[in-house]
Design a protein around this ligand. Structure first.
Ligand code: CU
Length: 151
């Protein structure tokens, strides 16, 4: 009996993805001076009509040098959104103004700062493939992950 439950616990631990699971339809994402998010996958409950993302920058570098934002798009749009965002500049938070491909985004923050965005997901196709990224120039290739709606 004990061995069986220990095995089950081990299997459960092995199956755990490196995911930030959103309780109460909100999630905290950390970013740092090493150009990293602390998660590669954000999982949100399908029942959520709105999602809140709280972005923290736990580093020390200023936004001009190591700024980060959090941008949500369809997976297929990530590269183009990042390219257009980089061209749009810091004044636009590295997001092309009125970009229809951008579902939600935060402003760009520097070390020690945090910001938050709440957005409507009720009209999204929850079976589609979504991704999040930082659109600061040069960051999106490593600062990205999956955004998934789960049961
Ligand atoms: Cu970044």
């Amino acid at each position: 009996m004990i061995r069986k439950s220990a095995l089950a616990a081990l299997l459960a631990a092995l199956a755990l993805p490196v995911a930030a699971v959103a309780a109460d339809c909100s999630v905290v994402v950390e970013s740092n001076d090493a150009m990293q998010f602390d998660t590669k996958e954000i999982v949100v409950d399908r029942s959520c009509d709105e999602v809140t993302v709280n972005l923290k920058h736990v580093g020390k570098l200023p936004a001009s040098a190591m700024g980060h934002n959090w941008v949500l798009t369809k997976k297929d749009d990530m590269q183009a959104v990042a390219a257009d965002g980089a061209a749009a500049g810091l004044d636009n938070d590295y997001v092309k103004p009125n970009d229809d491909r951008v579902i939600a985004y935060t402003k760009v923050i520097g070390g020690g700062e945090e910001t938050e965005i709440t957005f409507d997901v009720s009209d999204l196709d929850k079976d589609d493939d979504y991704g999040f990224l930082c659109s600061f120039p040069g960051h999106w290739a490593v600062m990205q992950g999956k955004f998934v709606f789960a049961e």
